[in-house]
Design a binder for this molecule. Structure first.
Ligand code: ADP
Length: 150
């Protein structure tokens, strides 16, 4: 069974995330959307809200499971018996960052990272930009799925 973990903060879930998840679905038997929790990080949306965004968006998709985890992503993958980590690449900066993490994860665990490049027209979307627009009262709705729109 081909099982992948898609780790992220999802603060909030965006159409950039759903683009990667939807395109990865045919590649795997199961994808675990895994919200990494880091007690020293400040989030705009609570863990419950972020869980709800993912659960509601994919409630009708049997191949998707939603979980939270703390600690190393590779340890979480092992606990779930997942052999792959799924990540998205928006630009060269993402590539450089992900390269080091992917190589380290492989050395530590033998778990392969699989990268999908952002679809045309989606690479500008990031949770950071969405949070900034929300903070300043702008229109962010075109960057997020229905469940995140108030
Ligand atoms: P993290 O804090 O781990 O980067 P994020 O929730 O910001 O968590 O992102 C999770 C994953 O989704 C990362 O692999 C990121 O590159 C990917 N991602 C986010 N936005 C996009 C986008 N617009 N296009 C492609 N991948 C994206």
């Amino acid at each position: 069974m081909r099982k992948a973990v898609f780790p992220g903060s999802f603060d909030p879930l965006t159409l950039g995330h759903t683009d990667i998840i939807d395109r990865a679905l045919p590649l795997f038997d199961e994808i675990i959307l895994a919200i990494g929790t880091n007690s020293s990080k400040k989030y705009m949306f609570s863990l419950e809200e972020r869980l709800g965004f993912l659960q509601k968006t994919y409630e009708k998709e049997p191949k998707i499971k939603v979980e939270t985890y703390t600690g190393l992503t590779v340890d979480f993958c092992k606990s779930q018996d997942a052999a792959f980590i799924l990540r998205g690449l928006r630009n060269g900066q993402d590539l450089e960052f992900e390269k080091a993490i992917g190589q380290t994860n492989f050395k530590m665990s033998g778990i392969e990272s699989i990268f999908l490049i952002a679809s045309s027209g989606k690479a500008h979307i990031s949770s950071t930009v969405v949070r900034d627009v929300i903070k300043h009262g702008g229109n962010y709705e075109f960057m997020v799925p229905d469940v995140v729109r108030k």
